[in-house]
Write a protein that binds this ligand. Structure first.
Ligand SMILES: Nc1ncnc2c1ncn2[C@@H]1O[C@H](COP(=O)(O)OP(=O)(O)OP(=O)(O)O)[C@@H](O)[C@H]1O
Ligand SMILES: [Mg+2]
Length: 263
């Protein structure tokens, strides 16, 4: 079971869209997929028409009572969609409740471990803020995907995120790898092109994905229908970009597994 955390401390950069679209393609490949919504705004939960206000089973239960089993909280989604661990607005109170206590960063990692035989891939959707939920998501991650809007201000948010990743890495025995994914790229605008150039000059090599996710209005259509764009319009430019991203992510996981065997 591979856990990928999708995170960026900037809002509205395409995190939830990345989670949904990657999940759609993973399922199309026959992978068993679990999505975890860690955002008190519960966008991912509403994407799949689950009512966050009413959810009696949510990821909140894991933090509220450490004995709760994640397997008892899973919700199905329509049309054989991925399994979902839902978010509720009460997640926003966790930082106040648990913030200063020790050992709160590993709750999610420990809760997900028993699901290893049930799922091939877990995607964690983070809120755009650094708090106990993001810390848990980073501690649980095998890899971090960092969607970054190709726009000047978004690069500042990215700097904050990479600093957070450095901090997390100081307390991990193995380096947590991340991949920056340029999103909402509009090749017709100077701003988008300029931001992409800036990204490519600042972040090189393995930490920046070589592709881009283009602006594609069909993402909105897919969200209105509660589907992944990979299902709604598999041949669209947006869906195809995520298919390429998925192939690259799977290849990275595969290569790392090989390296561990050699080592
Ligand atoms: N490549 C794209 N082209 C066009 N629209 C997009 C694209 N990616 C995302 N969007 C739209 O932009 C909005 C924000 O995307 P999304 O919800 O995925 O961002 P987010 O980073 O999860 O936001 P938040 O920080 O609020 O959780 C949504 O309406 C989504 O449909
Ligand atoms: Mg989101």
């Amino acid at each position: 079971m591979k856990i990928w955390t999708v995170a960026n401390q900037k809002g509205g950069v395409g995190k939830t869209t990345a989670v949904v679209t990657l999940a759609g393609w993973l399922q199309a490949r026959g992978h068993r997929v679990l999505l975890v919504d860690l955002d008190p705004q519960a966008s991912l939960t509403s994407y799949f028409s689950q009512d966050a206000e009413a959810a009696s089973r949510s990821v909140y239960n894991l933090f509220d009572d450490r004995r709760t089993r994640a397997a008892d909280l899973l919700l199905p989604t329509a049309g054989d969609g991925p399994a979902l661990l839902a978010a509720v607005p009460a997640l926003a109170t966790l930082d106040r409740q648990l913030g200063s206590q020790k050992g709160q960063g590993l709750i999610l990692r420990q809760a997900l471990a028993p699901l290893a035989g049930q799922f091939d891939n877990v995607l964690l959707d983070c809120p755009p803020t650094l708090g106990i939920l993001m810390i848990n998501a980073l501690a649980a991650a095998d890899r971090v995907v960092v969607p970054t809007q190709t726009e000047h201000l978004a690069l500042k948010g990215l700097e904050r995120m990479t600093r957070t990743l450095e901090m997390v890495n100081r307390s991990r025995p193995h380096r947590l790898q991340h991949l920056i994914v340029p999103t909402m790229f509009d090749r017709r605008t100077r701003a988008s092109n300029h931001a992409l150039e800036e990204l490519r000059s600042r972040y090189q090599g393995t930490e920046l994905w070589s592709g881009v996710v283009p602006v594609d209005t069909r993402f909105r259509e897919a969200s209105e229908q509660g589907k992944s764009l990979s299902q709604l319009a598999p041949g669209s430019r947006g869906a195809e970009a995520f298919l390429r991203l998925l192939d690259d992510l799977l290849a990275l996981d595969h290569n790392e597994a090989d390296q561990r065997v050699v080592a």
